[in-house]
Design a protein around this ligand. Sequence first.
Ligand code: DGY
Length: 326
Amino acid sequence: MTANARPKVIVTGRLPADVERELLARFDAQLNPDDRPYTARELQQALQTADGVLTTVADRITADVLDVPGRRANIIANYGVGYNHIDVQAAKALGITVTNTPDVLTDCTADLAIMLMLMVARRAGEGERLVRAGQWLSWRPTHMIGTRVSGKTLGIIGMGRIAKATARRAQQGFGMKVVFFNRSRLSPEQLEGVDAQQCDSLEEVLAQADFVSLHCPGGEETRHLMNAARFAAMQRHAFLINTARGDVVDEAALVEALAQGTIAGAGLDVYEHEPRVPAALLAMENVVALPHLGSATHETRNGMGLMAVDNLSAFFAGQVPPNKVA
Ligand code: DGY
């Protein structure tokens, strides 16, 4: 970057208007008004031609992409809290700073986890499809009976920020008991007012939960954490909720568990190979399938964008960006 020139920033996805305005005000920003996904080669070209790249969770930033010859960019400001789509170790090794957008999406993602729980238990998607198809005959005492949510047990896997917000809603809104598994032991202070019982193993959670909600990060360590054996360890009447990352679930094993009645249903916002969703899942009435909407509110998507912009500004000002993850 030449002295006094505005840093060049390439943005790989279309962002909310307020965020794009801010990007254009602060940087020499190249936007993506058509929202066309970047290929690996285009991501490499972005790294070669810009001072910083603002990516989204739909981009695959592999070691090969990062290790492009003649790289100019030294920062990847990710629009999203999860960064398992970025090879952070490779970025570190190459001296590329990576930032994310935590906190601003906690409440909306927790709201969505609760929504999925209610939708799948009360058969909301199925009911809506029926009404829209003009197939609702009349009110009948035995029609579309679902499962009560209030007072049930919520089992949480991974007790981070979004999990705690989900647990609070479940407890305060629905009088649910909360049990959880987390890799490290959490003190009462770390639970931040959530009244939840930590279990020693994931299986202990699965054995008692009526709803199992996933909140651990994606990536190699958690890949297929929910596999055939773990579905078998759940109660037959229990539901799986996933607002975390698709690869935490072995999708083929989930299809089998649902088909065999090993579990009662699933509320999903994320998938192993987004945007592809297995046809078998879509054919099941006891599956609620949303298109990765956890953070999709005006407030949150603006907040995420402005956070990414601030991370870029701090970096170009020679400071450590507030949300540096590598
Ligand atoms: C994230 O930020 O990681 C979400 O999955 C997308 O909002």
